[in-house]
Ligand binder design. Structure first.
Ligand code: GLV
Length: 320
């Protein structure tokens, strides 16, 4: 259907673009939704976009997006905008924060349990019909550290606390306590926090301050018996240094949902290391993802049309 003088033109550059277009069509008949799942259509339509919906901002067409005033990201992290950040000040950026925390906290607690019990080994033993019982400390004897206590990190902290764990964490602003966190550290005090942890969970956004934050010297501060869980971004960790630490036993193991390169290259040693659980960037993917994003997006379309402040605005200078 062609809309005469649409109130707003939104380009949908996302695998679920058709579903978003249907949802928009029902709720906002005067909004024009252009499905641009492929590069050709994106090139063709981007010049008409007042707004853009995508997971990764398509920086390659930024110069053609002359009318663009609003980018709704379907995820939490907007690091895809970094290359054009300095030229994108006129674009309001909003994200889908709020829909990932519970499922990511589920993932982290599964990871904590699997790594602590060494489930990969138990499954190998089961496959070999081997009966090797052993003793294990309860999680309540263990300390979990959350680096980054935004809505995702704070939810992880509460879950770990409800499992009886000691919880430490770090964030930029330590002036307000975080529920479930026994000891709060400033983000520049990682060297003090890391040696306390049996589990280090990375839950921070990738920004200019956090890319390659966990390098050889930070890894050296992690206890040899401790585990790393990364649900943030692969580039927050120096992957080579992590691989080396996992190979030499400098740290005990890792559960990784994100990698420096995604999909994880077939020749990455991380695929078949016995102390690594690798998953395909899915920790923050609850069912009905499209509908969940749309509830935020629709509210924002309404606001945009009425000139009201948008929800879930991202501060591009800060990076989240
Ligand atoms: C997923 O990684 C997201 O940023 O939402």
């Amino acid at each position: 259907m062609t809309i005469e003088s649409p109130a707003l033109t939104i380009v949908l550059n996302h695998p679920a673009a058709e579903s978003y277009a249907d949802l928009i069509g029902v709720r906002f008949p005067h909004v024009r939704a252009l499905v641009a799942t492929d590069a050709d259509r994106l090139e063709r339509y981007i010049g008409e976009a007042d707004a853009l919906l995508a997971f990764h901002f398509p920086v390659e067409v930024f110069d053609k997006a002359k009318k663009l005033r609003w980018f709704q990201c379907t995820g939490a992290g907007v690091d895809s905008m970094f290359p054009i950040r300095d030229r994108a000040g006129h674009i309001k950026v909003t994200n889908a924060r709020g829909i990932h925390a519970d499922i990511i906290a589920d993932y982290v607690m599964v990871g904590v349990t699997m790594l602590h019990w060494d489930f990969p080994r138990l499954l190998r033993e089961q496959a070999g019909r081997k009966w090797h019982p052993r003793y294990l400390a309860p999680l309540a004897d263990k300390t979990l550290g959350v680096i980054g206590l935004g809505s995702i990190g704070a939810t992880i902290a509460r879950r770990a606390k409800s499992a009886g764990m000691t919880v430490v964490g770090s964030k930029r602003d330590t002036s307000v306590p975080v529920e479930g966190v026994d000891r709060l550290f400033a983000s520049d005090a990682l060297a003090d926090l890391l040696p306390l942890c049996d589990f280090v969970v990375l839950a921070l956004p990738a920004t200019q301050d956090t890319v390659r934050l966990i390098g050889p010297s930070e890894i050296a501060r992690i206890r040899p018996g401790a585990f790393l869980i990364n649900i943030a971004r692969g580039n927050v960790v120096v992957e080579d240094a992590l691989i080396k630490a996992l190979q030499t036993g400098a740290i005990a193991g890792a559960m990784l949902d994100v990698f420096e390169r995604e999909p994880l290259p077939e020749d990455s040693p991380l695929w078949d290391m016995p102390n690594v659980i690798a998953t395909p960037h899915m920790a923050g993917s609850p069912t009905n993802y499209t509908e969940r994003v749309f509830s935020i997006f629709a509210d924002n379309i309404e606001r945009f049309l009425n000139g009201k402040p948008l929800k879930n605005v991202v501060d591009l200078a800060r990076g989240y």
